[in-house]
Structures are given as C-alpha cells and as structure tokens.
Write a protein that binds this ligand. Structure first.
Ligand SMILES: [Zn+2]
Ligand SMILES: [Zn+2]
Length: 266
C-alpha cells in the first residue's frame, strides 16, 4: 500500500451544501492516513461518509479523535465501517471536560440525540484514552495539546519513513508557536487549521482557530514538505478560497487549501 493521505472532509464548524462549494467540498473534518499498510482515520466529521469502499474489506481500523466538538464527531453515528458485521473500530481520544472517549461518544450516539447507541451497531467500537505516545504496529502516534476551547490534540503520525502532522482547531500564539514548529518539523504533510483570513481575524481570535497566513508561516518555519490548509469556514466558497490561493502560494510554496476527495501522496 502506498503512503498517502486522503482528505475525506475539510470543512470546519458545520457542513455546507450547494454549487458554491463544489470544488473544496462540503463535509466536515475527516482524514484517512495510510502509512506502511496501516489505515488510520483522524476525526469523524461527516466526511467519514466518503470512506473509500475498498477499506470496507478491513476487519480492524483505528480512529484518532482530536477533540469531541460536533463537527469532528457528527459522522460517527453513520460511520460506514461500523455498519459492517465483524468490523472493529479502535477509537482513541483524550479525556475532555472530564469525559473519557467512551463518554464522549455516548453523549452523542445514544437516545435522545440518536436512535441507537454505538453498542447497537453491527461493528464493534472500542474506545480508549489517547496516550501521549501510541504504537500501532510500526506506526507511531504522538500528541501535544493545542490551544482550543475545551482542548485539542495536535497529532504527529510517523510510519513507513513518512510523517504527517494534524493541527486542526488550534490557535497559533506567541506561546505555542515554537513548540508547534518543533512538533511539525520536517514533516512530509502538515494539515493545519487556517479557518480565517487576516481580515476576518478581529472578532474571531478567541474561537480557537488560526488564520491561513499564520498556518502558512508556521508550515514554512517547520519546513513541512507539503501543507494543506484545512477547517475551511462555512462561509468560504470556492471563489473565495481561489482568491486567497495565489497569496497563500507566495507566503508558503507547497501550501494549498485542502479539497475534499484530494489524495496526497507522501
Ligand atoms: Zn472544528
Ligand atoms: Zn473544535
């Protein structure tokens, strides 16, 4: 299997729909990371419905949840993998708001918010607390705490001689910039929250996200080989993101705005 990442959903906050979003996509955060024959999902936004059919042949998969905000968890109740008899999904999430991974799932995937609990699906969901370092065969997962309301796990996934860093829902600040730069250093792919433009930043600075300019500067400082700006604001249409793309490429060669369905070879 090739080492690659598929962007199954790149929208932040809430899914969108309509002609204006055809190219960058409508679904919220979900990434499929394939390293050394191991398939790892990051987050369970409704992009999880784009899970490639061939992965349905797997009997086991791993999911890393950056944090349980709805845009990152809303796809879990309809996760196609969990509708397969004999499938086991191992989900790892840090304790958030005093709730462990299982309690976070149960808060959403249970009556009255959803008709059935995760335990009633044909597949098996096993929830565990995300440790700072996790070994999945030969793949290493490391996490550091990001800056986001309620907390977020910034993830570094290494395997097959490649390294992917996911920093979604994280405000880049003077305090965490050097730690984030070190964490993302020389990675092969950097997926970084860049929800806002500089013009939008005033009024949004406390929302727990970053500007795409700050994300691109961090990517350049870290020496990331490829970067995709993700967690696009629901108001950002294809034409808006296109209008920012040229400026983004100037700020950081190798950076672009992630598109739903995009497959990035590592
Ligand atoms: Zn989010
Ligand atoms: Zn969030």
């Amino acid at each position: 299997m090739e080492n690659r990442v598929t962007l199954l959903g790149v929208r932040g906050s809430i899914p969108v729909s309509g002609e204006a979003y055809r190219r960058y996509g409508c679904a919220t955060t979900c990434y499929l990371i394939e390293l050394e024959g191991k398939a790892i999902l990051v987050d369970a936004g409704n992009g999880i419905l784009n899970l490639p059919r061939e992965l349905m042949e797997y009997t086991e998969m791993t999911m890393l949840l950056t944090h349980p905000h709805l845009d990152h968890l809303m796809g879990l109740p309809m996760c196609p993998f969990l509708f397969r008899q004999g499938a086991t999904l191992h989900m790892y999430a840090a304790v958030r708001g005093g709730m462990d991974a299982e309690a976070q799932v149960d808060a959403l995937v249970a009556p009255p918010l959803w008709p059935v609990g995760a335990g009633s699906l044909p597949g098996v969901l096993i929830c565990s607390t995300l440790p700072e370092t996790l070994r999945l065969n030969t793949v290493l997962v490391e996490s550091m705490e990001g800056n986001h309301p309620g907390g977020v796990s910034v993830l570094r996934i290494t395997g097959g001689g490649k390294r992917v860093v996911v920093a979604t829902d994280c405000t880049i600040t003077e305090e965490n910039r050097s730690a984030l730069t070190e964490f993302a250093k020389d990675c092969d792919l950097f997926l970084c929250d860049g929800q806002y433009s500089q013009e939008e930043w005033p009024g949004h600075a406390s929302f727990g996200h970053s500007t795409w300019t700050a994300a691109a500067e961090l990517a350049r400082a870290a020496g990331a080989k490829q970067t995709r700006i993700v967690h696009h604001d629901p108001t950002h249409t294809d034409s808006f993101l296109d209008s920012c793309a040229a400026e983004l490429a100037l700020t950081c060669p190798g950076c672009s705005f992630g598109r739903e369905g995009e497959i990035i070879q590592l």
